[in-house]
Design a protein around this ligand. Structure first.
Ligand code: ATP
Ligand code: MG
Length: 632
């Protein structure tokens, strides 16, 4: 079975079970200050899991492209990818455990659907935390048993394994049950041992019953360790499932690795054909190059295309490409090659992701440019690492005065500098230093414990620069709007007023290009090529504040995309499946001040907002301006 077939079957199965097919979202989350990427299908659905009504109903299904930078250290093994596709079905307060597990079991094992062997299936459930009033999940285990899974194949595990979300600060969460499949030709062991890697996790059903939230009032200056949290039962109990497409197709074909199936098989083959020094021990390097360049292609080719840079998502792209290039060098690839790989990814995957084809020129150009840029600093970076490889020493006068310092200390701070300036990931710097030392011959190689200490310092430095740490912890994430504080909701409504005001002052060419809200401020990107004058900024502020003074009502309706367009609703919503959408209107229905397609939530009337103030206006990228604003 190929990937396309699995996706079609999944959507068909859940459609037959009364689910509505909804579109997947962009890899770049909207209105979410706490994460860089969409890491699971549930991510764009957080407002609905918290109780907002979804326009398509309370049973949903889709395919979602995901990026997990937190799994990067595992990439190269058989089952972890940076970019992967996730199938998901949801119940928003509709069905619960029994139905969810029964459907999972039917889809996996029924001959009509995947026809997997029930005797190769194993299950994990949550072991419970009685002190917190959370019971061992015997209920799920019993349901699995009633469906023919033997007791020996069901284990109970702790929070680390069988509790989903919010690895970040706040948001919906709950215990889960995970499904594993035996991937080896050897006989299936009677007893399930989750540590045995021949059992591959393919699917996870989460029982979202809790909202983890900040206890009491969040004080602006409070540090994470001072904040107290509480688990409150959600208004509705939700089901949230996630099935890994690549892993499932691998086991369906009797393979144990996601690189043994298309499209990754062709991509790794292509990379092998470019290598000069390839040998059998280079399996991991080839896999990493394939994974990283595919992920970079998808981020650059996203609906919100991101170029390599030193900031946020752009920095991740840069890091992925550069890491791939370094591995390429190791395998003897001397010529620029990344664009050959991105071309192949586009060729193989744009049928299902047409945005790749649309952005093809951009992606390939960026690959070439990034490879050129890295080519320029790579020698300098290695030179700097050479200084560290020989260690640091001082030349002193007789009186002890230092007259010269040579070399450089190997420590987390210096290696972070190498990382941030030359784009050398830490493990690659270690490799480089040890290579240099091997050549010199006299110096001892960095040991694992030395590396461990250095890595700790490096991570501290890293946190300070708060890059990827925001998406760390093995694929889990902080769920942005989940922290549905009043402030965020108010600022969210303010962005609607802001967009309408900008269009009044600057013209109808102004569209939203991006939005990011924290509890403190909104950040709004829009199409416009010139700097705003002070006068224009004042005008925009005044218009927004006038609407606030008028205390306009905010109403919401659900409708088809067609109808929404007829209402002149603004929105970047692309619908692949004829979804229903929500339209939020500010002001009277006949002559609204603002009308936008949006998931919500919003305040009831503009009077709640306070005083709107723009604190910064700057360029974001070519043809796009950025405004930061607050409510006082
Ligand atoms: P693992 O423990 O194997 O890292 P997980 O528990 O982090 O997986 P979930 O967060 O439950 O995974 O995600 C749901 C499904 O998505 C998994 O069952 C798996 O099939 C798939 N998946 C998760 N992470 C990856 C990844 N990095 N690459 C490919 N598929 C993945
Ligand atoms: Mg994981």
């Amino acid at each position: 079975m190929i990937i396309k077939e699995l996706k079609e079957k999944y959507l068909k199965f859940f459609k037959e079970k009364g689910h509505k097919i909804i579109s997947g979202s962009s890899l770049i989350p909207e209105n979410d200050p706490t994460v860089l990427f969409t890491t699971a299908g549930m991510h764009p659905l957080v407002p609905y899991l918290l109780g907002e009504k979804h326009p398509a109903g309370n049973k949903l299904v889709n395919v979602q492209k995901c990026i997990r930078t937190g799994d990067i250290d595992e990439v190269g093994d058989d089952v972890h990818l940076t970019f992967f596709e996730m199938l998901g079905n949801w119940s928003l307060g509709a069905y619960w455990k029994k139905e969810a597990i029964e459907m999972s079991c039917e889809f996996l094992t029924s001959k009509k659907w995947l026809g997997l062997d029930k005797n190769k299936l194993a299950i994990s459930c949550f072991e419970g935390e009685p002190d917190k009033g959370i019971n061992k999940d015997e209920e799920s285990a019993k349901i699995w048993q009633s469906l023919g899974i033997s007791k020996e194949r069901i284990v109970f595990l702790d929070r680390k394994e069988n509790w989903w979300g919010p690895a970040g600060e706040t948001g919906p969460c709950g215990p889960d049950t995970e499904m594993f499949y035996w991937s080896s030709n050897e006989p299936v062991p009677k007893k399930f041992n989750p540590k045995d890697e021949r059992w591959i996790e393919i699917w996870n059903d989460v029982f979202m019953e809790y909202n983890k939230r900040v206890k009491g009032q969040r004080v602006k200056e409070s540090r994470a360790k001072d904040i107290k949290y509480e688990y409150v039962p959600l208004k509705q109990r939700n089901i949230d499932t996630g099935m890994g497409v690549e892993r499932t197709v691998a086991v369906l074909n009797g393979k144990k690795s996601v690189y043994d199936i298309e499209p990754l098989k062709s991509i790794t083959n292509k990379i092998q054909s470019l290598c000069v020094r390839l040998n059998l021990t280079h399996k991991k390097e080839v896999r990493v190059i394939a994974d990283h360049l595919r992920a970079a292609t998808f981020i650059m080719g996203d609906e919100k295309g991101i170029a390599p840079s030193n900031l946020e998502q752009g920095y991740v792209v840069r890091r992925l490409i550069r890491r791939a290039i370094r591995y390429g060098k190791k395998l003897g690839i001397d010529k620029p090659f990344t664009h050959h790989v991105s071309k192949l990814v586009i060729e193989l995957m744009s049928d299902e992701y047409p945005e790749l084809k649309k952005n093809e020129n951009f992606i390939n150009e960026q690959m070439v440019q990034e490879e050129e840029r890295f080519g320029k600093v790579i020698e300098k970076g290695i030179k700097e690492l050479g200084k560290m490889a020989i260690g640091q020493w001082e030349t002193r006068t007789n009186s002890g005065k230092i007259i010269e310092t040579e070399g450089k200390e190997i420590n987390g701070k210096n290696l972070f500098y190498i990382f941030s300036t030359f784009g050398f990931p830490l493990e690659m710097s270690f490799e480089e230093i040890n290579n240099i030392r091997k050549e010199i011959g006299e110096l001892s190689l960095l040991s694992d414990s030395e590396k461990f200490e250095i890595e700790k310092e490096f991570q501290e430095e890293f946190k300070k620069h708060q890059e990827l740490s925001r998406t760390a912890t093995a694929g889990k994430f902080k769920s942005g709007l989940a922290d549905n504080t009043e402030e965020v909701t108010k600022l969210h409504t303010s962005t609607h007023l802001l967009l309408a005001a900008l269009r009044k002052v600057l013209g109808e060419h102004v569209y939203q290009k991006g939005s990011n809200i924290t509890g403190e401020r909104l950040r709004f990107d829009f199409s416009h090529s010139e700097k705003l004058t002070d006068e224009q900024i004042k005008k925009v502020e005044n218009i927004v504040n006038e609407q606030i003074k008028k205390d306009l009502p905010i109403s919401c309706c659900e409708t088809s995309l067609e109808e929404a367009k007829k209402m002149n609703a603004m929105g970047v919503f692309e619908s692949k499946y004829g979804d229903k959408v929500k339209v939020y209107t500010v002001g009277k229905e006949k002559e609204p001040f603002s009308c936008e397609i949006c998931a919500g939530p919003h305040v009831k009337s503009t009077g709640e907002l306070g005083h709107f103030k723009i604190i910064k206006e700057e360029s974001s990228s070519a043809g796009v301006r950025r405004i930061k604003a607050i409510l006082e």
